[in-house]
Design a protein around this ligand. Structure first.
Ligand SMILES: *Cc1c(COP(=O)(O)O)cnc(C)c1O
Length: 441
């Protein structure tokens, strides 16, 4: 969860703008660039020193990001080879968003191999200029059906789908006001900001506060309520029906990010909105093809007219090469598989329940929530990083530390995502290792 507050204050914490550099205005000869030379600062500005200084600040706070260099093992998910310097070892991944292992599902791989052999590597253009492949068309139909909507529209990622759709809707609908949940993801915040539409932030998952915020607005202006179903860092779930009740009472449109729910919830994987039987009440449902569906890409599902509008006006849709056909084919196979199969969802739920039970018994504090996300709360960025390092180096367990600005300061955590493929032995080893690390660090 990238908090509205977190992101705003991140921008706020940058140093104030430097005063305009002193210029050297000695007279110069009749050189064609004389004017430009005259505007050079007398003392060169050290741009590199700025970058290095800012990075040092991150390190000091313990929130400098180090990427784990992984090589995922096909057929052995969630095992991977981790490389650090010249050392390499096999690790068990405990923080993947490939929630159901669809990234290695045989049906997905077969669809991707076939499409690659039929169509080659890339799409070869933007959607408008030669880049609409038949696989894109099939995938958009699959997505519309998944959410019971008239249409769907593909983007190159979930981030881009939120950014492009929200900015296009809010900037083009005259006088539109956006009402945004305080826990919304960075991609939604940036889209809303880019639209320059007026924005109000309502308290996280609080329909009563949403009601107060809507009541303050002129009844005649168009309104768009933007929120998520499963919040990725706390794992809590929005009261979608109540939020729709409030939005309806004020004639507001609703925009729901189901990125951490599609594939995982609802009898066909249509997300929390499908599980709760409220898909039809949402104006827009947004999702990703990169998490439970195991590939990459993003989308919105909505009415024919709304999708056609975003298709026709969104810069982030129009001016970029479309997804490779093989990616579209793989995503479609993953969605189709999870529409029919409950096996992966049931196994995942079983693993989540087991991990929670075992961590509770071991006295390790987790944030209680009704989803598949198990946040182990550490509350300090340096300790969080040290625990993650020790898990990796001493126990072969990979859980990335989650620090500010992804979560608010003081709520640093290890975000554990149990997967259908984690064995009982994997769970035993995780809990024993966490216990050891918890007392050692
Ligand atoms: C990951 C994420 C996105 C972005 O999806 P990608 O496909 O990874 O770009 C959007 N919204 C939320 C809530 C996310 O966690």
């Amino acid at each position: 969860m990238t908090q509205e507050l977190g992101l705003e204050s991140r921008t706020g914490s940058l140093p104030p703008e430097a005063p305009h550099p002193v210029t050297d205005d000695r007279p110069v000869s009749a050189c064609p660039y004389a004017g430009a030379f005259a505007r050079r600062p007398t003392k060169p500005i050290d741009h590199e020193a700025f970058f290095v200084g800012e990075l040092d600040r991150l390190r000091l706070e313990g929130r400098y990001r180090v990427f784990a260099n992984l090589e995922r093992h096909m057929g052995a998910f969630p095992k991977a080879t981790h490389r650090a310097g010249r050392r390499q070892r096999e690790v068990t991944v405990w923080c993947s968003n490939d929630y159901l292992g669809m990234g290695q599902n045989p049906a997905v791989l077969q669809a991707m191999h076939e499409a690659l052999d039929r169509c080659g590597a890339g799409a070869g253009g933007t959607r408008n200029i030669s880049g609409t492949n038949h696989y894109h068309v099939l995938l958009e139909r699959e997505l519309a059906d998944l959410h019971g909507k008239e249409a769907a529209l593909l983007f190159t990622s979930g981030y881009v789908s939120n950014w492009a759709s929200l900015s296009t809707l809010a900037s083009n609908i005259p006088d539109c006001v956006v009402i945004s949940d305080a826990g919304n993801h960075a991609s939604m915040i940036e889209g809303i900001r880019h639209s320059r539409a007026p924005k109000k932030v309502f308290k996280h998952n609080d329909p009563r506060d949403l009601e107060r915020k809507l009541a303050e607005l002129d009844p005649s202006v168009p309104k768009l309520v933007a929120f998520e179903s499963v919040y990725s860092m706390d794992g809590d779930i929005a009261p979608i029906a109540e939020i729709c009740d409030v939005a309806d009472a004020f004639g507001a449109m609703t925009y729901l990010d189901e990125v951490h729910a599609v594939g995982l919830y609802g009898p066909r994987g249509g997300g929390i909105s499908e599980r709760d039987g409220v898909s039809h009440r949402l104006t827009v449902i947004e999702g990703t093809l990169g998490k439970a569906y195991g590939v990459v890409g993003g989308y919105i599902a909505a009415s024919d007219a709304l999708c056609d509008f975003v298709r026709s006006f969104a810069s982030g849709f129009i001016f970029t090469t479309s997804l490779p056909p093989a990616v579209a084919a793989g995503a479609q196979a993953a969605i189709a598989h999870l529409k029919d199969s409950n096996v992966e969802r049931m196994q995942q739920r079983d693993r989540v329940a087991l991990v929670r039970r075992r961590l509770a018994a071991a006295g390790i504090p987790t944030l209680d929530n009704p989803s598949h996300i198990v946040p182990v709360m550490v509350g300090d960025p340096v300790r969080c990083k040290a625990m993650s390092d020790m898990l990796l180096e001493d126990f072969g367990i990979y859980v990335q530390p989650i620090n500010y600005p992804t979560v608010p300061r003081g709520t640093e955590r290890l975000r554990i995502t149990p997967l259908p493929m984690h064995t009982d032995a994997d769970v035993d080893h995780l809990v024993d290792s966490l216990k050891a690390v918890w007392t050692a660090v």
